[in-house]
Design a binder for this molecule. Structure first.
Ligand code: SAM
Length: 314
């Protein structure tokens, strides 16, 4: 491993303190894993940037895990781990078939530089992130902790900028299933009682980085609303939903696994791309993209040919 004790600004990596016990609370969700593995299909060598404990890595590829946090790398079970920042990857150009980055870009001090590095070291890039401009927002923000909005706006790059920086040819929505297993903030949109548990809150970098004197009064109000039934009355519509599109997106750039490099199209976004009700579903409950080149399936300023894509929604 490379010797990299501190952040570029001289502070220790944030996840050295908030990442303890990550594997217990942040269990990879099988539906998101299927989507990511589909995007990585055919890649024999993969660099996982901001790898953390190794969630969502394809089991059939040779993976190099990169993370600046030793606490996170210690929880990673793989054999090849490199302590480094996305912004300065210690690999030659096109060293990997694919690069993946899952729920990490918002932690990078210079996302544009990190995304350029992904493109430099790999032929295909697969990035999972959240669009801060998407609505609806989680009730936790609108009803209890509006402070989260400012925090997330400050650290998440707008999706169109991420797509442009990558030259993404495909942007897929991932509506969050009601029983999503990976405990980041959004996982509990239909299970509000989980937010009462400090262990659950600590597993989300949002809560972990907000001051306790802001979080605790909000949690007291949530508990009271759950006890009185007022939360349930206010959000009866959510209790009837199986999944909600809260703005989580998978972006794919570069080659498509057949060695063909797809390019960024300027077609208009598909009308369902910001549909709060989630995408239309076929009879078996799976969202199907249209055949290649007949219509952009999804996009935030990008179009795509979607031959190999089936977006799995819950
Ligand atoms: C929320 S975790 C995601 C981990 C993993 N990708 C997953 O999906 O479980 C964010 C990770 O990004 C890492 N990270 C923070 N700053 C980074 C940077 N500049 N370059 C690469 N990784 C970084 C953190 O150490 C942490 O492991």
């Amino acid at each position: 491993m490379t010797d990299l004790p501190v952040n570029t600004d001289g502070t220790p990596p944030v996840y050295d303190s908030i990442g303890i016990g990550y594997r217990q609370t942040r269990r990879p969700d099988p539906r998101l894993a299927a989507l990511i593995h589909q995007a990585l299909a055919g890649a024999r060598t993969v660099v996982n940037v901001g790898a953390g404990a190794g969630s969502y890595e394809p089991p059939d590829a040779e993976v190099t895990a990169v993370d600046p946090s030793q606490v996170m790398l210690d929880q990673h079970p793989g054999p090849t781990k490199v302590r480094a920042f996305a912004e300065e990857l210690p690999f030659p150009d096109l060293a990997f078939d694919a690069a993946m980055a899952v729920m990490t870009v918002h932690h990078w001090s210079d996302p544009a530089r990190g995304l350029r590095e992904l493109r430099r070291v790999s032929r295909r890039q697969v990035v999972f992130t959240w669009d801060p401009d998407h609505r609806p927002e989680l009730w936790m923000i609108s009803d209890y902790l509006p402070q989260i909005r400012d925090m997330e706006n400050a650290r998440f790059t707008p999706l169109s900028k991420v797509a442009d920086a990558l030259g993404a040819h495909t942007v897929l929505p991932f509506p969050i299933p009601h029983d999503f297993t990976d405990g980041f903030q959004i996982a509990y949109w239909r299970r509000p009682e989980h937010f009462l548990d400090p262990v659950v809150r600590q597993a989300s970098s949002t809560f972990a980085q907000l001051p306790a004197d802001i979080v605790e009064p909000a949690i007291v109000r949530l508990r009271a609303d759950l006890d009185s039934g007022s939360w349930g009355r206010r959000h009866a519509d959510l209790l009837a939903r199986d999944s909600v599109d809260y703005g989580y997106r998978l972006l794919v750039a570069g080659d498509d696994g057949d060695g063909e490099r797809r390019t960024h199209s300027t077609r208009k976004p598909h009308p369902t791309s910001h549909n709060a009700a989630g995408p239309a579903q076929s009879g078996d409950g799976r969202r199907r993209c249209r055949p290649p080149r007949t219509a952009p399936c999804i996009g935030a300023g990008v179009g795509s040919s979607m031959s190999r894509w089936t977006a799995l929604s819950a």
